[in-house]
Design a protein around this ligand. Structure first.
Ligand SMILES: [Zn+2]
Length: 222
């Protein structure tokens, strides 16, 4: 307990020092944040938090954690990050994902960002899931693995029916080598129908991973 308090105090002090040296404002309202990175306490509390972030999903996923509802201002912010390069939202989303740590199984030993096809990554200049996965994995204390590739440039999934999405994603992901991990945590921005995450999970399981879970910023359609 004392160690936790000391650790919290150290993290808080580090953020204060960093904000003093290079003040960063809240990504949502533009105010100076107090403790958290790029999000003020008022905006953090006002977000559409899911009452039950954890859903135990039968099938390929061990558990699925989504912290927020895909509603305003989360939807706008996620789109701004992905399509408008508003990278200042990423640290705020990491703060939100960190709230999900308590729902995660303890045997997680690696994190994986949902991979983008290289062409889309080149066009976008970054993979938003990687921007979230790196700092989050660090705070969970596990490495980020890059063992899964997206080998097929699938069309945008939004607006497609579930059957079309699944068909689009068939064999979209590959793991070129065996992956010796017990429980991999997939990091994603939004879970819509879950077909993307399930396709990644199937790839991980067939490469030798024992269990797969997912942690996302938001879940849509619930
Ligand atoms: Zn704010």
């Amino acid at each position: 307990m004392q160690r936790e308090i000391a650790c919290d105090f150290r993290e808080t002090t580090q953020v204060w020092i960093r904000n003093f040296l290079a003040p960063s404002s809240c990504a949502f309202c533009g105010m100076l944040p107090v403790v958290k990175e790029n999000i003020c306490d008022a905006c953090f509390d006002d977000l559409p938090w899911n009452e039950a972030p954890l859903s135990l999903t039968p099938g390929v996923l061990d558990c699925s954690v989504a912290m927020l509802q895909y509603a305003f201002p989360v939807d706008v912010a996620i789109k701004a990050l992905k399509f408008d390069r508003k990278l200042f939202y990423a640290p705020a989303f990491v703060e939100i994902l960190r709230e999900g740590r308590s729902f995660l199984p303890e045997d997680i030993d690696a994190a994986l960002a949902v991979p983008l096809h290289w062409r889309r990554k080149t066009l976008r200049g970054f993979n938003q899931a990687s921007e979230l996965a790196k700092p989050l994995a660090k705070s969970v204390g596990v490495p980020v693995i890059r063992s899964v590739r997206r080998c097929k440039a699938t069309p945008f999934q939004s607006g497609l029916a579930a059957v079309e999405r699944a068909e689009n994603l068939r064999q979209a992901f590959i793991a070129p080598t065996p992956i010796q991990r017990k429980h991999v945590l997939i990091i994603d921005d939004v879970i819509t129908t879950g077909t993307t995450v399930q396709a990644v999970a199937k790839t991980l399981l067939s490469a030798g991973v024992a269990k797969v879970s997912v942690l996302a910023i938001a879940r849509a359609g619930h």
